[in-house]
Ligand binder design. Structure first.
Ligand code: ZN
Length: 146
C-alpha cells in the first residue's frame, strides 16, 4: 500500500464518510436566536448555522449548505457534539479542536470525543479550513447579539 492510499484512508474514516452521506441536524431553524454563515472560497464550502440559545445552553442547532466531505462531516459532528450543551463548553471544545488541527495540541490530550475522527486533517493544511468552517460559523453566531 502506498502512502497516499494510507493517508486517504486515514483522512476519510468510516465515521467521516457516514456523516457526509447522512449529515446530522441538517436544515434551518425557523426562528433562531443566533445564526451565521461561513464560507471557504478556496474549496467552495458554504455553510449556514442556526441555533436557539437560552440560559447559556444550546437548546437546538441546525446547519445547512454545501461543501466537501470534510466540511460537511465536521459540521455534522459539531452539531451533535454541542447540541444540548453549554455555550462555554462548545467554545472550549472549539479551542481544543482547532489546536489539534493546527498542531498545537496532540489529539490524545485534547478530549475531543468523537471529533477525534477528524484529527487526521491536521496533516493536510489545505483542508483545515474545511474542517473548521462549521465551527467558525458557530462561534460567529454565538458572538452576535440577537
Ligand atoms: Zn472543503
Amino acid at each position: 500500500m502506498n502512502s497516499t492510499t494510507a493517508a486517504e484512508l486515514d483522512l476519510y474514516q468510516d465515521v467521516v464518510m457516514d456523516h457526509k452521506r447522512a449529515p446530522r441536524r441538517f436544515g434551518t431553524l425557523p426562528a433562531p436566536t443566533h445564526q451565521a454563515r461561513g464560507q471557504n472560497p478556496s474549496c467552495g464550502d458554504d455553510l449556514q448555522v442556526t441555533l436557539n440559545v437560552a440560559q447559556g445552553q444550546i437548546e437546538d442547532i441546525r446547519f445547512s449548505g454545501q461543501g466537501c466531505a470534510i466540511c460537511i462531516a465536521s459540521a455534522s459532528m459539531m452539531t451533535e457534539a454541542v447540541h444540548g450543551g453549554d455555550v462555554a463548553v462548545a467554545q472550549q471544545l472549539h479551542q481544543r479542536f482547532r489546536a489539534v488541527l493546527t498542531g498545537e495540541l496532540e489529539p490524545e490530550a485534547a478530549h475531543l470525543g468523537k471529533l477525534i475522527s477528524l484529527a487526521g486533517v491536521r496533516r493536510y493544511p489545505g483542508r483545515i479550513k474545511c474542517a473548521l468552517l462549521g465551527w467558525h460559523a458557530l462561534m460567529h453566531a454565538l458572538d452576535e447579539k440577537s
